[in-house]
Design a protein around this ligand. Sequence first.
Ligand code: AMP
Ligand code: MG
Length: 469
Amino acid sequence: MNARPIPFDNSYARLPERLFVRQAPVPVAAPELLAINLSLGRELGIDAAWLQSPAAVRAFAGNELPEGAEPLAQAYAGHQFGGWVPQLGDGRAILLGEVVDTHGRRRDIQLKGAGRTPFSRGGDGRAWIGPVLREYLVSESMHALGIPTTRALAAVATGETVYRERPLPGAVLTRVAASHLRVGTFQYFAARQDVEALRLLADHAIARHYPQAETPLDLLNAVVEAQAKLVARWMSVGFIHGVMNTDNTAISGETIDYGPCAFMDAYHPETVFSSIDRTGRYAYARQPEIAAWNLAQFATCLLPLMGERDKAVAQATEAVQRFPALHASEWLHRFGRKIGLAQARPADSPLIEAFLRGLADHGHDFTNSFRDLAEGRLPGGLEGWGADWRARLRAENAPEAVMRTANPAFIPRNHRVEEAISAALEGDMAPFRRLHGVLAHPFDDQPEHADLARPPAAHEAVHQTFCGT
Ligand code: AMP
Ligand code: MG
């Protein structure tokens, strides 16, 4: 075993201290491993023997700092449901440090649920195993679907009780991210008119995520493009983030902060799961509009770095206004592939939209209705649409192959995620492991696991999800 099992190479900890607070994780009573991601560990260059040892479990519980870790809690602010909150920050997350992975990419390693920090406000700094296992399953599923996302390296039970509506077993998630820079990180310093910090953050973001960018305007344009593509990809798998607050919008373009997120079963554009989203602000179909709103907040933060005010405002506005066209183009590409078109054209949009309208009218399952198209099976009531579709497909090469790689057979359906969590609460991790294993290959048929592809029966359907904080 190496003396330094995690090859830390920290850069955020070198930034001025007002960007964060140095804070060690708070040890827990009795760490016990729930899940470990060995392939991600390999990719990060973590010592394989160590990763499977009790020392790793202690490290991922926050009980023992691996050598080279420089733990800290990051400062950030944010708009939550449109309302400005000047100080949020890592209230229950501790950044251990960064590694440069085997592909040369810098990645953060963070413990989520690692105890109180100066940013905890009224919170206990902890998480219970429900949201930890949910984030593990859903983020790993997103990765397998090819969608930019933070990853899950480990989940460890703490042996401590967390009090929510009822006493629940605590857990810590080890999250890996391209970075934890959020729109809200920039907002924190913009609100304090700390231009020097904004400049450092912009430089840090450019170096880590968009090295081709030379100016803050280039950075803005790159983030607009990354978010437009990301949200189009969410739309293409029926993903609803649930809390698209500016503090949950990553500058890297990764999906971050899986709280009350969910994948739709039956398609409807107004679908909302989150119990706290009473007005449907973050409904499925509103996600592109909200992402653009969040990017406008980011643009505002960068203005002090962009030179003469009027010109900067005009350039920033233009950059954010590129969002709808960038999103529409990626949406068309993704949904075109879902109906078998390798290169959809704008004239194909009505055909895609008619299919979605048909799904909504008949309450059909989003995932399975698209998956069935590759076998030539049309959802009931869409036979008329099928004639137009087949006519269009005649101009295409191998549309079935395109559809099979664009339409997953397996998504983390809510009722299955809940089932895995309920079993884990009884000490049985087998349903979690089976679901995780199947979701790792979402485009394979896996007929022996067909039950995991079925939409919920009426009595199994989950209509609400919770932040779990
Ligand atoms: P989230 O809803 O997870 O995006 O978190 C919003 C804010 O609340 C962030 O500043 C979190 O760090 C903080 N927070 C969430 N849960 C807790 C908790 N249990 N203890 C302390 N802070 C928390
Ligand atoms: Mg958050």
